[in-house]
Design a protein around this ligand. Structure first.
Ligand code: SAM
Length: 228
């Protein structure tokens, strides 16, 4: 029997209309969808009328369970991997599964779509021919070192942040570096803040902004006039 295929399917980061027709068809046609959180994906799937069976696959999924999924792929089942939002494996679970599938000669097919990182970068106006993506800043251990290192990275930098720590993180950035903060992308309260960290902090505090954020730092050499 032929091996199944593992599809890595990007899902909306807010606006349901951003799910591509190819992503929808793939989610409809596979035998099983592996979800970071089945409850989160079920909300999206019920809006879209997708009834495919689903099982959870997250960062704490044990090795045995991962191996069972690989065995099922090897026995011919087709599977899709989705995260709660955006592109799976980008600061999200699934990297080990992809690596294991590839090592077992299972075909891995990415179905591209939304990612908060690229969406924010595309609206930043900062150079993006090359950039450094750092994911989330560490919560405790290594946090000071993380922020000290930013000053050593000359190119554009992208960081993910949640509503809980956005102000703390903005305060810890190099204060002379222009930033763009993209909040709630593709959602009703989408806002793009621009300026020095202190300006953006004021703007965010004045609107008691909540939500999810991507922070983009301009490269060290960036001209102020380029984004004003
Ligand atoms: N894999 C996802 C992707 O490709 O976008 C990212 C997953 S990561 C666990 C979640 C983080 O992505 C959030 O804390 C936030 O930094 C960012 N994010 C996700 N959705 C967002 C949105 N609609 N607006 C702004 N940032 C978002």
């Amino acid at each position: 029997m032929e091996n199944g295929v593992l599809y890595i399917v990007a899902t909306p980061i807010g606006n349901v209309e951003d799910l591509s027709p190819r992503a929808k068809r793939t989610l409809d046609e596979v035998d099983l969808v592996l979800c970071e959180d089945t409850r989160v994906s079920s909300k999206l799937f019920s809006k879209l009328g997708i009834n495919t069976p689903r099982e959870s696959f997250h960062q704490h999924t044990e090795r045995e369970k991962l191996s069972r999924f690989v065995d099922r792929l090897l026995s011919g089942e087709n599977m899709a991997l989705v995260s709660d939002a955006g592109t799976p494996t980008i600061s999200d679970p699934g990297g080990k599964l992809v690596a294991e599938a590839a090592a077992s000669n299972i075909k891995v097919v990415p179905i591209p779509g939304p990612s908060a990182l690229i969406t924010a970068l595309s609206a930043s106006g900062f150079p993006s021919d090359e950039f450094t993506f750092l994911g989330f800043a560490p919560n405790k251990k290594g946090r000071n070192k993380f922020f000290a290192n930013l000053a050593l990275i000359e190119r554009t930098i992208a960081i993910y942040e949640s509503k809980h720590r956005i102000i703390k993180t903005l305060e810890a950035l190099p204060q002379d570096r222009r930033i763009v903060v993209a909040r709630e992308l593709t959602k009703m309260h989408e806002t793009i803040y621009r300026g020095l960290p202190a300006d953006v902090i004021k703007q965010i505090e004045s609107t008691s902004a909540k939500g999810e954020f991507v922070i983009i730092l301009a490269p060290i050499s960036h001209e102020l006039k380029a984004i004003s």
